[in-house]
Design a protein around this ligand. Structure first.
Ligand code: ATP
Length: 591
């Protein structure tokens, strides 16, 4: 598919975080809540057993200074129990969190994939395949990482902070209130940093997609790159892309790096305030140094978990940036879909009527204007025209890859807008010039024509397509791997595999996009014979490039600039001396 269509709007104004978080909870997290809850219990065990250590050591000191045998008989066991509980709880916590979080990530990947395979072509072609792939990997890793840390850090450090503040409140509520007054001074800048980071993170994710597209294009087109000596041109583009990413990454690191010093300063201000107040009280005889030391200890201990919470806020913002991109795709509306009341199609090899159809790709200039013609039942209709005349666009409208802006497509008297997509597409086979072969066995590739086909049916289809012989030349036969994009086969062989797929599908309507590249004479002959067999008894529309194909067609539709210029048989159109006659003369000169 050419060109680009309106993008899935990943850079639109970001929605607020809370609704996104609630949505994520409802869509993906809620069903794992029991695991997450258990994991939180495990976190509590880890925290409790950790805090037991200082207590045990304290007891050991006391017991040893009193030369009590308890220090030897019981304490080592208690230490072992505490270590055992801590070890098991830590493991349980990791296992439970990861079970839930990796499952959530996989669920999100599955949903994203499902949404994308069912999305309109307009949405799919808005980004390159590599950029889409990156959504499944890098983007969702941010979400996973944020979720993991939320479970691990928020609860552990959050509980510690709450416990420490409770102790402080118990020791001296007034001092605690003084210390707490500075909390907003920490929250405001941390939230600002978070917002900035979210923006940077979104841009980083977009740029990573661009970079992935560039590298994947470079390596998939290695032959062109080398023969056209594109190494310098592409390296320069890649350098720019990597530089841009570096700048964004640096920006994000700098933003993150601001959190620690900020928390440090805020902590310093808290300690200074408390010191000042305590100093004043001690001087005026209202307090003693002893009362104050415990409080200060707790305040200093609280600094570390507070810092961890500050850092967590930044990581969560990165997760939100990725989550926003995820939901932007999920929410993209699908327009080509079953209309209300759609019925299963019942047409066979009937007449395909294109009735006053106009169409434009997104906001581009119209590709078809008021196109009308009929492809008669069981006959072959050739569509010819210059490059960009709209031939492929007509093809796109028949299986409803796109819907016309106006007019309709009717097959066997049924408006295709009124039938279910599945039943419509079941009845249409497309053999296009860019043959799509998946990295699977050759047998599996043919079987895509009709999932569930038996080995005999696959073989029969391959024989009809003239593919059986070359498939059997490989000792593995139908189990031979086709290679990445069918790289183990020649151009002519790939076309025959595609034809075998169409034979197996056995659809009554056939859309053929004739290959422009010439095959060797023998392959050409085999493909031609196979095509003749395939079109028999079907309504065939063919985008024709070769004179032989056009001559063989019962009707020729000439498109020009998105309009129908001429319709007729070969002889009639040559006699009319119009556009087709001109093509014909040029073709004869070329042959
Ligand atoms: N996905 C797309 N987005 C935007 N414009 C498109 C898209 N696909 C095709 N077009 C435009 O629509 C017009 C018709 O294109 P179409 O592919 O139907 O021509 P064609 O006759 O099949 O050409 P060719 O023989 O070169 O394949 C062209 O102007 C083309 O640039």
């Amino acid at each position: 598919m050419k060109g680009t269509a309106p993008a899935v709007s990943a850079s639109a104004v970001p929605p607020r975080n809370w609704p996104l978080a609630v949505r994520l909870w409802n869509d993906h997290i809620r069903e794992h809540r029991s695991k997450i809850l258990l994991s939180l219990v495990a976190v509590a065990f880890v925290a409790a057993s950790t805090s037991l250590y200082p207590v045990l050591i304290n007891w050991a000191f006391q017991a040893l200074s009193e030369r009590s045998s308890w220090a030897i008989s019981t304490l080592p066991w208690l230490v072992l129990v505490a270590a055992g509980v801590r070890g098991m709880a830590t493991y349980a916590q990791v296992a439970l969190t990861q079970q839930a979080v990796t499952q959530i990530e996989a669920d999100m990947q599955k949903r994203l994939y499902r949404t994308l395979v069912e999305a309109d072509l307009t949405s799919i072609t808005a980004h390159t395949p590599a950029a889409w792939t990156q959504r499944f990997t890098t983007d969702l890793v941010f979400v996973r990482s944020a979720l993991t840390r939320l479970v691990n850090i928020l609860v552990r450090e959050g509980l510690t902070v709450v416990a420490l503040f409770a102790t402080m409140f118990y020791l001296d509520w007034m001092l605690t209130l003084i210390a707490v007054t500075i909390v907003p001074f920490a929250l405001i800048p941390v939230s600002r940093i978070g917002k900035r980071l979210r923006r940077v993170s979104r841009r980083t994710q977009e740029r990573t997609g661009d970079m992935a597209s560039l590298t994947s294009e470079t390596f998939s087109a290695a032959r062109v790159v080398k023969t056209y000596r594109l190494e310098d041109y592409l390296s320069e583009q890649a350098d720019n892309s990597f530089e841009m990413l570096k700048r964004l990454r640096y920006k994000s690191m700098i933003q993150k790096g601001r959190v620690d010093p900020l928390m440090e300063c805020v902590g310093g201000v808290a300690v200074a305030l408390v010191l000042g107040f305590v100093g004043w009280r001690i001087m005026s005889g209202q307090s003693t140094v002893g009362e104050f030391s415990g409080f200060l200890g707790a305040l200093l201990i609280a600094a570390q978990p507070m810092r961890a919470l500050g850092n967590l806020a930044t990581i969560v913002q990165e997760g939100f940036a990725a989550l926003h991109r995820y939901y932007a795709v999920i929410d993209e509306p699908v327009t080509v879909t079953d209309h209300p009341g759609a019925k299963p199609a019942s047409f066979g090899a009937d007449t395909v009527s294109i009735e006053s159809v106009s169409f434009s790709y997104g906001d581009s200039a119209p590709a078809l204007f008021d196109v009308s013609f009929e492809a008669q039942a069981g006959e072959t209709t050739a569509i010819v025209g210059r490059s960009g005349a709209g031939k492929s666009t007509v093809f796109n409208l028949i299986p409803r890859l796109y819907d016309p802006s106006s007019g309709r497509v009717v097959i066997g008297g049924e408006d295709i807008a009124g039938v279910t997509l599945a039943s419509l597409r079941e009845r249409i086979a497309i053999v296009s010039q860019d043959v799509v072969i998946f990295n699977d066995t050759v047998g599996a590739n043919i079987a895509l024509g009709r999932p569930g086909a038996t080995a005999t049916e696959i073989e029969d289809a391959a024989r009809l397509a003239g593919a059986h012989d070359f498939i059997m030349r490989d000792p593995l036969g139908y189990d031979a791997p086709a290679g990445d994009r069918g790289s183990n086969y020649s151009g002519g062989e790939r076309q025959r595999i595609a034809l075998a797929r169409a034979f197996l599908k056995d659809a009554p309507i056939l859309l053929l996009d004739e290959a422009t590249s010439a095959l060797d004479a023998e392959s050409e002959q085999i493909v031609r014979e196979a095509l003749a067999r395939l079109t028999r008894g079907r309504t065939t529309l063919v985008i024709a490039h070769r004179l032989a194909t056009v001559r063989a067609a019962e009707k020729i539709v000439v498109l020009d600039g998105g309009r129908v210029a001429e319709i007729g048989t070969h002889d009639a159109l040559v006699a009319a001396g119009g556009l087709y006659a001109r093509f014909h003369r040029l073709q004869l000169q070329a042959d």
